[in-house]
Design a protein around this ligand. Structure first.
Ligand code: FES
Length: 65
């Protein structure tokens, strides 16, 4: 499951999201989500046309000997 941390750097909040191999998440770009940084669908209630960005981590590749 994706994990996230937020910290302040140079006066700005910076959020880092870590994904497991093969994991896919929708990240909020409207800043309206109650589950930020993840999209919870709140953007659908806003007058903006902004929606989430979908991010996926590559699946682990099996190494062949
Ligand atoms: S809730 Fe913000 S993009 Fe979906």
């Amino acid at each position: 499951m994706a994990e996230n941390t937020t910290e302040e750097r140079n006066g700005h909040l910076r959020t880092e999201v870590k994904l497991a191999a093969g994991e896919k998440v929708a990240l909020c770009r409207c800043f309206g989500s109650g589950d930020f940084p993840f999209c919870d669908g709140t953007h659908k209630t806003l007058k903006s046309s902004v929606g989430p960005v979908i991010v996926s981590a590559p699946k682990e590749e099996k190494k062949e000997d």
